[in-house]
Design a protein. Structure first.
Length: 190
């Protein structure tokens, strides 16, 4: 299902775009949404492998991906962003590692501020945090999209540019078990 807007996290981009041979980030993101946003903090987190940043830069040049920075927000938006960032930081920041979850926090704060309804991440329990802290009735609901959900859309034909074989490669690139893909996620029909 092609969405109007989605904002992406570093883990999602790295897992999908980590192969220079299979440039799936470049292929998938235009299928996922009309406009894909990436927060400046997330963009700066992605240093390795270099092919991930290359694919992001290519998507930016094509106008598919847009870099977002809270310093470019209007004054009211900046207040919303800052207060949302603080709420999320209290729940998600690790006092022993200040950089941990910083990209997720910044991206979710931007999603709430700009009413971007989808956040592409591979964090397992993040939807529960989003529901309890951000989806409280004010503004658009934010839905986390995980790699498993994207593969299901491929299987169901909602993203038709990826066939089973490519979806399996993407699954393995994302660090997931090939056996799970074959046995549970997308078994071969006999």
């Amino acid at each position: 299902m092609k969405r109007k807007e989605v904002i992406v996290d570093a883990d999602f981009c790295i897992k999908i775009g980590s192969s220079s041979k299979y440039r799936y980030l470049e292929k998938l993101l235009p299928e996922l949404a009309e406009v894909v946003y990436i927060h400046k903090t997330v963009y700066e987190e992605i240093l390795y492998p270099s092919c991930v940043r290359e694919q992001i830069d290519s998507l930016k040049k094509q106008g598919i991906m847009v870099l977002m920075d809270e310093n470019e927000l209007l004054p009211l938006e900046k207040r919303i962003y800052d207060s949302t960032y603080q709420i999320l930081s209290k729940a998600m920041a690790d006092p022993r590692n200040r950089r941990k979850n910083r990209g997720e926090i910044a991206s979710l704060a931007m999603a709430k501020t700009k009413e971007i309804p989808y956040f592409a991440t591979d964090e397992m329990d993040l939807q529960n945090i989003v529901d309890s802290l951000l989806n409280s009735g004010i503004g658009k609901r934010i839905c986390c999209i995980r790699i498993e959900a994207v593969i299901k859309e491929m299987k169901d034909g909602e993203i038709d540019s990826f066939k089973r074989k490519e979806a399996k490669v993407l699954w393995v690139l994302a660090g997931k078990r090939k056996e799970d893909f074959d046995n549970t996620v997308w078994p071969v029909e006999k």
